[in-house]
Design a protein around this ligand. Sequence first.
Ligand SMILES: *Cc1c(COP(=O)(O)O)cnc(C)c1O
Length: 386
Amino acid sequence: MNEQHVGRRFETLAIHAGQEPDALTGAVVPPIHQVSTYKQDGVGGLRGGYEYSRSANPTRTALEENLAALEGGSRALAYASGLAAEDCLLRTVLRPGDHLVIPDDAYGGTFRLVAKVVERWGVAWSVADTSDPMSVRAAIRPETKLVWVETPSNPLLGITDIALIAEIAHTAGARLVVDNTFASPYLQQPLALGADVVAHSTTKYLGGHSDVVGGALVTSDQTLAEELAFHQNAMGAIAGPFDSWLVMRGIKTLAVRMDRHSANAARIAEMLAAHPKVADVRYPGLPSHPGHETAGKQMRDFGGMVSFRVAAGEEAAVAVCDRTEVFTLGESLGGVESLIEHPGRMTHASAAGSALEVPGDLVRLSVGIESADDLLADLRQALNSV
Ligand SMILES: *Cc1c(COP(=O)(O)O)cnc(C)c1O
């Protein structure tokens, strides 16, 4: 990180880290370097280290420096999607014969990547309830190289104590990865709690406007960072210049967006908890949530994701998803607009029949930054209609 940023706070870093005004023109926003190759001053005479945009591109570098600063890491790498980032990490760290532990409520795509792709290359895996240290200890084997944690988790909003699981993983000689997509670095910084790598789908809160797909890895382990960079270049799933620029543009308002997402979600969770048509609300900000205390300890606020079970069952849950008018029925999350979805039939359909299957009566909300009153009224009318 640029020396002048040392000691600066999150909101300042979000806007300035990696984004010094353009040296040539003074443009206050990093230009989109929509370019594949760079003129060399004589063979091997690179200007600023750039030779080919798969290896490095100045717009992507600006995003990577920004992400490293926001997560408190020494290096970040930006990818074409969250799953491309995960794939790069798994293939960098694991060899045939190795083993990894994944959470029993992992994002469906993470589960699919591990169970349907990585496993074919001779990597074993097992599932643990990462909110329970005993369960993680029981899942670890002598060959375990990686423990994967998602907190809050998608879609059940489970909370894992990052510092505790880091200790367990490290005692076993394994690395801890935290998928920090739901919290964003504004609400939670896993590296400071002992994680070795942070994974992101920048598609979600970091991008924040449902207009880009991207991913990132952040670490403070320089050796691992070099290995990741080698694999990123060798495998090629990089973030393009325009996508990198869109994510950076989103990040500038991350702090104010997350404050509003969290405030709106807290009001919605309270309303749902008191609603007769709702059986169970999953929101770490509710004192009744089993992870409430841990979340309060490791998060600045509780975020914008809320899940709930509809008392009348699966068909009623599907009907609620069909009947909202401000909440848009759709996959993904983390944008300024509120989204509603049925995880069992949509985002998590790939986990059906596995240990990661989600309840059929579950509805997931990505609470946006519209008027909370409009959002509350919309959910009430949808619930009252079933
Ligand atoms: C969306 C998501 C991913 C995958 O990211 P893509 O950008 O869709 O590839 C990984 N983890 C979590 C928690 C997600 O929500």
